[in-house]
Design a protein around this ligand. Structure first.
Ligand code: ZN
Length: 181
């Protein structure tokens, strides 16, 4: 074989080998763990997994605070024992936070509530001022603070904050609305 032909064939051989080594480096060490990781996180093809991934997307969407249109603080009281305290708190809120909307007194139980209460509705931009004030001035009354995101069930359960300890709620009051609707 002439020298130039041997050099040419050696060069081709080297190119092939380099190409193979390159493929091995690319495929063998990387692709196995990548596939394993991809399979682990890939959405399953059955309905249940699709539903849970849809639910996860909804939870992520609902978790954005810009979905909060306003807040409610439900002030609970006992008509026999703590109505006076609730009335004083109400008067102070009206003076200190004139933009808050004070709801009617509900001595009779309404909606999901298992104690008498009235509601204070207020805009999102009032939260930073009103929440600490309420923490310091609730006078021993239990308060349910919840955002309004359009899902009443979730707003009164997973999204809710309680001052003074959580009270039971009648969640069936939300009717057919399910947690992920
Ligand atoms: Zn409410």
């Amino acid at each position: 074989m002439p020298t130039s032909a041997r050099q040419f064939s050696t060069a081709i051989f080297s190119i092939i080998r380099i190409d193979k080594i390159d493929q091995m480096l690319k495929k063998t060490p990387k692709k196995i763990p990548m596939n394993a990781a991809a399979n682990k996180n890939a959405p399953k093809k059955n309905g249940l997994a699709r539903k849970s991934s849809k639910k996860a997307a909804e939870v992520a969407a609902a978790s954005k605070p810009r979905k909060i249109s306003e807040y409610h603080a439900h002030i609970y009281y006992d008509p026999q024992n703590t109505r006076g305290r609730a009335a004083r708190l109400r008067e102070r809120v009206a003076i200190e936070f004139p933009d808050a909307r004070l709801g009617r007194w509900h001595d009779e139980l309404v909606g999901p509530h298992t104690q008498s209460m009235y509601q204070i509705a207020f805009a999102s931009d009032m939260l930073a001022a009103f929440l600490p004030w309420l923490m310091l001035n609730r006078d021993g009354l239990t308060v349910l603070l919840h955002p309004e995101t359009g899902n009443d069930y979730r707003d009164h359960t997973a999204h809710a904050a309680w001052l003074g300890g959580a009270l039971p709620l009648r969640l069936e009051a939300f009717g057919e609305q399910r947690p992920d609707e």
